[in-house]
Design a binder for this molecule. Structure first.
Ligand code: CP
Length: 300
């Protein structure tokens, strides 16, 4: 039975702890036991970090990586996503990392596959490896996740990062709060309090800024006043605890969500998040190759 990681909800606390330990071990060693297998990135939405870090992770593990681009694929001839997934399965690929603008993971429910799937981003719904690498970044700084106050700020309603992080961090014992423009509020994410950013900033351990996802919007905010109202800047940086950290999944709209001053502050962990993306994805790919006992949609 193959291990697939498509949704944070399918992860147990134990599996998260195992993946965090394994990713940290990869970070601390230069020697990697070469592994056998094939991986393909099926990215139907743009990506720099996720796509390249899965490739880098696969190369570091010794896996063979297949090429796929939408432009050169039969998607251009009208092939459906399901037909493409079944084709990749029939080719004998071991792991497919999929990013798509829809909740593509529903295709796995009524169809049978032999390969492992990893969700590299499904519309506004899930981005589980982002939540795992974020958890690793937080744990490296604080030595724990439990009892930390994490404030996620910005375009919550369109954010798979907000959804996946809220689920994972709450499961691991952190308190998660949302803040940002009211038009980005959503009732769909349960058990997370909506707060005033400036009120919760001074007692936040982690301030996670989100990209304004203009490509998913029907209504647009004035970008020139966004940073003053909802973004991080030098003034707000001074309101934060000295030991608090700033995170952002990237890509950053510079001087919208965060100013250059914040980006260059030592408390800003954005590039550490990118580094952790490689080792966390190594841990996930390794787990996929090892298999699992709980079925295709289950990751624990
Ligand atoms: N964080 C993230 O998913 O970035 P990319 O879109 O560059 O992969």
């Amino acid at each position: 039975m193959m291990f697939s990681l498509v949704n944070v909800n399918n992860l147990s606390e134990h599996t998260v702890e195992v993946l965090l330990r394994r990713a940290q071990a990869f970070k601390e060693t230069d020697y990697i036991q070469p592994q056998h297998g094939t991986m393909v990135n099926l990215f139907y939405e743009a990506s720099t970090r996720t796509c390249l870090s899965f490739q880098m992770a696969a190369y570091r593990l010794g896996l063979k990586v297949l090429d796929f681009t939408i432009e050169n694929s039969s998607t251009c001839k009208g092939e459906s996503l399901l037909d493409s997934l079944q084709t990749v399965d029939a080719l004998g690929v071991d792991i497919a990392v999929v990013r798509h603008s829809t909740d593509w993971t529903t295709l796995l429910e009524n169809n049978s596959f032999n390969l492992s799937f990893v969700n590299g981003g499904s519309g506004i719904h899930q981005h589980p490896t982002q939540a795992l690498l974020d958890a690793l970044t937080i744990q490296q700084h604080f030595g724990k996740l439990r009892d930390l106050k994490v404030t996620i700020v910005g375009d919550i309603s369109h954010s798979r990062v907000a959804r996946s992080n809220a689920q994972l961090l709450q499961m691991m014992g952190a308190t998660v709060r949302f803040a940002g423009p009211s038009i980005y509020q959503t009732d769909e994410i349960k058990n997370v309090e909506w707060c005033d950013f400036d009120e919760v900033l001074p007692d936040s351990d982690v301030v996670m800024m989100l990209r304004v996802q203009n490509e998913r919007h029907q209504t647009f905010l004035k970008i020139d006043s966004y940073n003053r109202k909802f973004g991080l800047n030098g003034d707000r940086l001074q309101q934060m605890k000295k030991e608090a950290i700033v995170m952002h999944p990237g890509p950053v709209n510079r001087n919208v969500e965060i100013t250059d001053e914040v980006f260059n502050d030592p408390r800003c962990k954005i590039l550490q998040q990118v580094q952790n993306g490689v080792v966390m994805r190594m841990a996930v790919l390794e787990r996929c190759l090892q298999g699992g006992s709980n079925g295709k949609l289950v990751s624990a």
